[in-house]
Design a binder for this molecule. Structure first.
Ligand code: ADP
Ligand code: MG
Length: 302
């Protein structure tokens, strides 16, 4: 993980001291707050940049970030396809889409359905579509093990619709198995959500190693786009310490945008809506809009 440590080790205290001098307001990462302008409308669409949301730890905000970043980018006029790549189907359910008696990502992966477009469903959010998943997907790894080019199947499934979208977000399952390797092989970038709690960084070195292996062996273009800190509660010293460690470890790869902890997220999941529709006035809605703007400014999304 060393190469992610260079630029910012100790950045936060330096930034703090400097900003205290010139009176600039600091963001939660300890860096001076930056302004992220609303991105310009796109004149034309596609081909999509494909981004995997990946962390083999469960409950860190992968699905929540896929839903809400997707909705935020859609709000800015980007055409977004969200791919549910977890047999739990939480992304599908969270977007109010049914995966019952319809073809899913499993059928595409197994080749039962060859037309990717036939599996895509619209959501209630303009510009945001989804490829649903259900529990069938849990059997996919076993079936794929003997397939030719088994790591490249998702890439070929998504290639067929890449020109229809500006960004494709893949919500990975909490493991580093064959499905996740498929997601990494299909992607241009990876976003790692990290919850600001005990052991947040545990396992991230292994994840970065996996990304490096995929880059070496399967997908030379893959980049780590960044680390997004989630479930941040500024009132607890512990969360502040975890965030400090994340910034220390990843430097510039840690996004300025931090997602706060709020019960509105579980509530929004029950309502099967992105937070932007469920609680537009909540600070968390603005946080995901800012994350979308930060990604555009960093060039991770058109
Ligand atoms: P993952 O996909 O990594 O397993 P989820 O996005 O499903 O994680 O989040 C796990 C749980 O935490 C869900 O119940 C979700 O509603 C909740 N959650 C996610 N982000 C936040 C947040 N910022 N604040 C509070 N709860 C959150
Ligand atoms: Mg999930």
């Amino acid at each position: 993980m060393d190469r992610y440590c260079t630029s910012a080790r100790g950045d936060a205290p330096v930034a703090q001291a400097e900003s205290a001098k010139n009176g600039k307001k600091l963001g939660p990462t300890g860096r001076p707050e930056r302004f992220y302008p609303v991105p310009e409308e796109l004149d034309s669409h596609g081909p999509a940049r494909i981004i995997a949301l990946c962390n083999q730890k469960g409950g860190v905000g992968k699905t929540t970030t896929t839903i809400n970043l997707g909705a935020a980018l859609a709000r800015y006029g980007r055409r977004v396809l969200a791919v549910d790549f977890d047999p739990q189907g939480a992304l599908t359910a969270g977007l109010g889409v049914t995966a019952h008696d319809v073809p899913t990502i499993y059928d595409l992966m197994l080749g039962h359905e060859k037309d990717t477009r036939a599996v895509i469903q619209p959501t209630e959010v303009l510009n945001l579509d989804v490829i649903p998943a259900n529990i069938d997907l849990s059997a996919a790894e076993v079936h794929l093990i003997s397939e030719v080019a088994r790591e490249q199947i998702l890439a070929s499934v998504l290639r067929k619709v890449q020109d229809d979208y500006d960004v494709i977000l893949i919500d990975c399952q909490p493991s580093l198995g064959l499905l996740t390797v498929n997601a990494l092989t299909a992607s241009h970038g990876v976003l790692i959500p990290l919850a600001c709690e005990f052991f947040a960084l545990r396992g991230v070195a292994l994840l970065v190693e996996t990304i490096d292996k995929v880059r070496d062996r399967l997908n030379p273009q893959i980049e780590l786009d960044g680390i997004i800190a989630t479930m941040y509660d500024s009132r607890t010293l512990h969360a502040r310490e975890v965030l400090e460690r994340v910034v220390e470890t990843f430097g510039d790869k840690a996004f300025d945008t931090v997602i706060g902890r709020t019960v509105k997220f579980p509530d929004a999941s029950v309502a099967a809506k992105p937070i932007l529709s469920y609680a537009p006035e909540n600070a968390a809605s603005e946080a995901y809009l800012q994350l979308a703007r930060e990604l555009v400014l960093r060039g991770a999304v058109a």
